[in-house]
Design a protein around this ligand. Structure first.
Ligand SMILES: CC(C)(COP(=O)(O)OP(=O)(O)OC[C@H]1O[C@@H](n2cnc3c(N)ncnc32)[C@H](O)[C@@H]1OP(=O)(O)O)[C@@H](O)C(=O)NCCC(=O)NCCSC(=O)C1=CCCCC1=O
Length: 379
């Protein structure tokens, strides 16, 4: 007679399991780790199996990660990775505004600016966070609950799948705020988009809509999140009702402008945000993963990660050194400007800087001060 799987398990599984977790320390400020029951495609809970949800919880600062949070993310991924009962990891954040807008600019401006040796240590942690995602033994789904900008885009692209609510925006901030997107984006973007669009997305700091990001290959799928009069509608700020302009150029996924944008803002205002379709999509994806051979699935994603991982491993250490030294010059100026400026004026004087450097001006403290929004306000 053939024994059922449960009896075989009872007879042959070790009586006591070794613990491969690095630490059971549950104090992880700004990061929530939860195990939620895994479900079959029809929604039935599966006994003894879970999906690990790792949630960035710093909504007031758009879920940017503080140094403590980076440590928390590493530990959470480590725990999810070694949990035998975890099927998939869902990486997300609190609220509906932002998944993550990258490194915490307040910390950058007030602690790391001008302190390269400290930032070098921070980047060790940051690099370990990206590596923890890329090396997770479970498939990782980024549940993009809102904008994914700067380092947020980098840790999002390190995930295996990304499912987004369609009000989310995607892109980089570094070249405007004093950094280079070498925390993953310069490695992942060419792999995911091809080099031309990688150049556009990585360097110009112009956000893309979810529709555009999905069309160009950054996302697994998108869902509407805005409900107007009880009905889900596509992000009204984005062109979704036509594919081309009068010259045949693709406009689907571009942001609306002029009167169309004004009307869209009004629609946004009267609607409410509901992430239930996002949750459903994430659950559906987790359920698809559940119904596969675990080891074959893991081997598959390990192989498919390689183009991203190889690029990341080739560059991360020398990027760390560059990022540290850049905290003496452009990052010091840019992150301070963002932190000290107003919403209407929080970038440095780019033209003034370029003109000064063209004349060989050194990076003195006086040069940095002269580039700040406060210097313009005084003029
Ligand atoms: C474009 C923005 C992402 C969003 O702009 P907007 O919609 O106008 O919202 P804000 O009013 O700016 O933001 C709401 C409040 O959140 C605070 N906030 C936003 N992002 C951060 C952040 N990253 N750190 C700390 N606080 C943040 C913002 O100050 C507002 O607070 P308030 O108290 O004033 O209400 C825009 O917010 C933006 O550009 N943010 C900064 C993006 C950024 O520069 N990120 C860092 C990029 S570099 C990076 O991430 C790196 C990672 C590792 C490798 C090296 C590296 O550089």
């Amino acid at each position: 007679m053939t024994a059922d799987t449960a009896s075989v398990t009872t007879a042959t599984a070790p009586a006591a399991l070794f613990d491969h977790t690095l630490t059971r320390d549950t104090v992880r400020p700004g990061v929530i780790f939860e195990k939620k029951p895994a479900r079959t495609p029809d929604g039935t809970e599966v006994a003894g199996l879970y999906n690990a949800w790792i949630t960035l919880d710093n909504p007031k600062q758009y879920n940017s990660y503080t140094t403590d949070m980076v440590k928390g993310v590493i530990l959470a991924f480590r725990e999810a990775s070694v949990s035998r009962d975890v099927v998939a990891v869902v990486f997300t954040a609190t609220g509906d505004k932002a998944f993550c807008t990258g490194g915490n600019t307040k910390e950058y401006a007030e602690y790391y600016a001008g302190n390269p040796q400290e930032y070098r240590q921070y980047i060790r942690l940051f690099n370990d966070m990206v590596s923890a995602i890329l090396g997770c033994d479970k498939p990782v789904i980024c549940r993009v609950n809102g904008m994914r900008i700067g380092g947020g885009q980098e840790i999002g692209m390190a995930c295996d799948f990304s499912v987004a609510q369609d009000l989310a925006r995607f892109g980089q901030a570094g070249p405007k705020h004093g950094s280079a997107p070498v925390g993953g984006s310069t490695d992942f973007l060419p792999v995911m988009l091809g080099s031309e669009m990688a150049m556009v997305s990585g360097s110009l700091c112009e956000p893309w809509s979810a529709h555009k990001a999905a069309r160009l290959g950054l996302l697994t799928d998108i869902v509407p999140a805005l409900k107007v009069d009880g009905k889900f509608v596509a992000n009204p700020m984005v062109i979704t009702d036509r594919w081309t302009d009068e010259y045949g150029r693709i406009v689907h996924g571009e942001f609306r402008t002029g009167e169309e944008a004004e009307a869209a803002k009004a629609t946004l205002k009267k609607g409410e945000i509901d992430l239930s379709l996002l949750d459903q999509k994430v659950e559906d994806l987790c359920a698809k993963i559940l119904l596969t051979f675990p080891d074959c699935f893991t081997k598959t994603i390990e192989e498919l990660r390689k183009p991203k991982l190889n690029a990341w491993n080739a560059n991360k250490e020398n990027s760390r050194a560059w990022l540290a030294l850049n905290m003496m010059t452009e990052a010091r100026a840019g992150f301070r400007a963002f932190n000290e400026g107003t919403k209407a004026d929080r970038e440095i004087d780019f033209v003034g800087l370029r003109q000064a450097l063209a004349k060989g001006t050194p990076w003195t403290p006086e040069l940095t001060e002269s580039l700040m929004p406060a210097a313009r306000a005084g003029k």
